[in-house]
Design a protein around this ligand. Structure first.
Ligand code: AMP
Length: 430
């Protein structure tokens, strides 16, 4: 199957060719004809599968006859969870529409709203927006009566971030006859519920098994003591000569601590998390993309939508709070069919949590030990028995309880971590 066979117009085919895409990916093969046929879509597709082009290409095809009139109204709105993802979607749209006269813009929070309004006044066909900021524009009088396509990208992430109300509100305000395309990396109950609320007779596209990780990713977990995680990380990066690596922590605090520790080790690092300004996040991401930063430390907020080409390694410095986030994290590597490696540094406190992830992805993550970093058996035996006992008594519905923030690698907070873990177990029993 070729892009030509999908019936795409010449300006799009030329742009695709210039980008070096040879064949459509599975999601593109399935979604492009359906979008062109005006069907609503519910697609479960992980990042890295080519899902942006799957909706952007047919949308652009539909806009081919758009006028350049300054008074034209928005035809397409794409909701995305974060500024970074919005920027990446727009970037892709710009590349695909290189030989067309379609105009797009980004409406995200944290940026001057009047500047955004000035751009909108000049006439825009596509907006890529975060839900909150798009609502603000509507409240300020943005005309949405011409919108015929509504895309909800990374729906599961947006729901996790609490945008359910905004998405439904926006949907209700749009013209009755519009096409809705819903994309989600995971297939949770929340997403299913939303799909029932906003989709009409949708075509269902499932390009990956529920919550499975991409086949091209090698996954391994190294057992290590909490206090030696940072040391092991620096060792792996150095001894294996990782050119670039994305490292995930569970909390902002541990991201900050790890960042400082790695800097002390002389590694060129960047850090992205929710407390960093947008300007900082974009600058860091660009430095990483340009190869000026070797290690990018990030929390889960950054795990979605970051499109960093050919990222060979992802390291889970700490397991995520929610098992589904593991899928999103490791989805940063092995993109568009390339090979990747996802390494998890697993301490005694996470040994039982990893089972929730394995259950979700339907496969075992091999556990190994790096020579010289063997876990201290005295910590192991004593705590392992206790943890195992408690884990066996866990209520099934308690599995998804968010864990309290924890400081993980800092040597001095080892005891505190132990206390936290016990507290968490108690919380999960409540
Ligand atoms: P996405 O899932 O949209 O985040 O896309 C992941 C990456 O795959 C991006 O870097 C795209 O440029 C790339 N990509 C998308 N479609 C194709 C294709 N048909 N062939 C090769 N690369 C692609």
């Amino acid at each position: 199957m070729s892009f030509e066979k999908l019936g795409l117009i010449k300006p799009l085919l030329s742009a695709i060719k210039e980008l070096g895409y040879e064949h459509p990916t599975l999601i593109q093969k399935r979604a492009i004809p359906l979008v062109m046929a005006k069907s609503d879509i519910f697609a479960t597709a992980q990042t890295g599968t080519g899902k942006t082009a799957a909706f952007a290409l047919p949308i652009l095809q539909k806009l081919r006859k758009t006028s350049n009139d300054e008074n034209r109204l928005i035809k397409v709105v794409i909701l995305s969870p974060t500024r970074e993802l919005s920027i990446q979607i727009e970037d892709d749209i710009q590349k695909f529409s290189k030989h067309m006269s379609v105009k797009s813009t980004i409406l995200v929070g944290g940026k001057d709203i009047t500047a955004q309004q000035r751009i909108l006044k000049k006439g825009v066909d596509i907006v890529i927006a975060t839900p909150g900021r798009f609502m603000e524009h509507i409240e300020n009088g943005l005309k949405i009566s011409d919108i015929s396509i509504f895309v909800v990208d990374e729906a599961d992430r947006m729901l996790d971030m609490g945008f359910s109300k905004e998405i439904r509100k926006i949907h209700l305000m749009l013209p009755k006859r519009h096409q809705t395309l819903l994309f989600s990396a995971t297939y949770s109950d929340k997403v299913r519920k939303l799909s029932k609320q906003i989709l009409t007779k949708p075509a269902f596209i499932e390009t990956a098994k529920k919550n499975t990780t991409v086949d091209t990713i090698n996954q391994v977990a190294y057992m290590v003591d909490t206090a030696r995680k940072a040391e092991l990380l620096a060792y792996l990066i150095g001894s294996r000569n990782f050119p670039q690596v994305l490292v995930f922590t569970r909390t902002k605090v541990s991201a900050d601590e790890l960042f400082l520790e790695l800097q002390k080790d002389g590694l060129k690092c960047g850090i992205i998390h929710g407390d960093k300004t947008q300007a900082h996040r974009l600058k860091t991401l660009n430095q990483f993309k340009e190869g000026k930063v070797r290690v990018l430390v990030a929390t889960d907020i950054a795990s979605r939508g970051l499109d960093i080409e050919e990222l060979p390694y992802v390291i889970n410095y700490e397991l995520p709070s929610i098992p589904e986030d593991y899928v999103h994290r490791v989805g940063r590597t092995g993109r568009a069919g390339r090979n990747g490696e996802a390494i998890t540094l697993l301490d005694i406190y996470e040994k039982y949590d990893v089972r929730d992830i394995e259950r979700l992805i339907g496969q075992k993550i091999p556990q190994e030990v790096v020579e010289g970093f063997e876990p201290d058996p005295s910590i192991r035996r004593k705590d392992q028995d206790e943890l195992k006992l408690k884990s066996e008594h866990k209520k099934p519905e308690a599995k998804r309880v968010r864990k309290p923030a924890k400081k993980s690698f800092c040597k001095t907070c080892f005891k505190e971590k132990k206390k936290n873990y016990k507290k968490r177990l108690i919380l999960e029993f409540v």
